[in-house]
Design a protein around this ligand. Structure first.
Ligand code: G3H
Ligand code: 13P
Ligand code: NA
Ligand code: ZN
Length: 328
């Protein structure tokens, strides 16, 4: 059944687990997520980015998610809109049937320029007002995603702020977070702790100076009843990077957020963990390997099937590590 995000995150908080929120763009990702959830009996959050809506079209995404609900009626599914850039965008998603929306007011409506606190509260409060009137949950964001290593915001495919940010913008302030939740009434709060979108998060395995898990503890201590959200939470599996590079890819050395660090966050109020890049890496690695090893094959269903299996295995591993298995 289609459910609101609030229902799932309240359950996750009560039982002390976290939910991966996977981005979805196509049939293979949708199947991978649902087959994994079905196998381990986990609830599902799927989210569509602006890029996904541009790629697949909003009606196709909507029907893909509704098809998942139809085929797996015993699994609760949240249809979430990722990184909305304005109240208008969120309103259109609600009209389309999304059961949860993110209003990312940490950035102006260009999705790039860091916004001030008053703007963020204004747009987020507006969305909370109309979303809650429809039973739809709202995720807000305070602080800007970006690298504590370089001070740079943003990422390679253009989701996030641009340019150099202050250290203070890259780490959510617990007092400001508490004020923001009070001022807006959001159901879930995305925070900045040094992660960024995409594959190039860290140039070395992250330590506490560049991945601020301690900041989660400080925010949770101040806001014990707020569901926290980690963005940019792909772990960038080294084994998939190696397969991509073995079969013709060229990806430089890079590191993501270790699963055990996410698990530490889940002990301190993190309930939603956004993952996109890991499924992209697994899919690309599986397709590159299959086509290299089966050069005469030309049926796309063959290489898309191995893509689905590779993504499904990542989903299963995350559901299990985050404690969501058995919770559907
Ligand atoms: O928000 C970040 C996600 O990784 C979505 O990226 O805009 O390329 O679909 P995308
Ligand atoms: P990754 O790029 O680390 O997978 O993060 C995805 C995300 O935060 C989507 O909102
Ligand atoms: Na989101
Ligand atoms: Zn994100």
């Amino acid at each position: 059944a289609l459910v609101s995000m609030r229902q799932l995150l309240d359950h996750a908080a009560e039982f002390g687990y976290g939910l991966p929120a996977f981005n979805v763009n196509n049939l293979e990702q949708m199947r991978a997520i649902m087959e994994a959830a079905d196998k381990v009996d986990a609830p599902v959050i799927v989210q569509a980015s602006a890029g996904a809506r541009k790629y697949a079209g909003a009606p196709f995404l909507r029907h893909l998610i509704l098809a998942a609900v139809e085929e797996f009626p015993h699994i609760p599914v949240v249809m979430h809109q990722d990184h909305g850039t304005s109240p208008d965008v969120c309103q259109r998603s609600i009209q389309l049937g999304f059961s949860s929306v993110m209003m990312d007011g940490s950035l102006k409506s260009d999705g790039k320029t860091p916004a001030d606190y008053a703007y963020n509260v204004d747009v987020t409060r507006t969305v909370v007002n109309f979303a809650h009137a429809c039973g739809v949950s709202v995720e807000g964001e305070i602080g800007c995603l970006g690298s504590l290593e370089t001070g740079m915001a943003g990422e390679e495919d253009g989701v996030g702020a641009e340019g150099v940010l202050d250290h203070s913008q890259l780490l959510t302030d617990p007092e400001e977070a508490a004020q923001f939740v009070k001022d807006t009434g959001v159901d879930a709060l995305a925070i900045a702790i040094g992660t960024s979108h995409g594959a190039y998060k860290f140039t070395r395995p992250p330590t506490g100076d560049i991945l601020a898990i301690d900041r989660i503890k400080a925010i949770h201590a101040r806001l014990p009843n707020t569901h926290l959200v980690m963005h940019g939470s792909s772990s960038v599996p080294q084994e998939w990077l190696a397969i991509i590079n073995e079969f013709g890819g060229e990806m430089p050395e890079t590191y993501g957020v270790p699963v055990e660090e996410i698990v530490e966050g889940i002990k301190h109020g993190v309930r939603k963990v956004n993952i996109d890049t890991d499924l992209r890496l697994a899919s690309t690695g599986a397709v590159r390997r299959f086509l290299a090893q089966n050069p005469s094959e030309f049926d796309p269903r063959k290489f898309l099937a191995v893509s689905t299996v590779a993504m499904r295995d990542i989903c299963i591993a995350r559901y299990e590590a985050f404690g969501a298995a058995g919770m559907a």
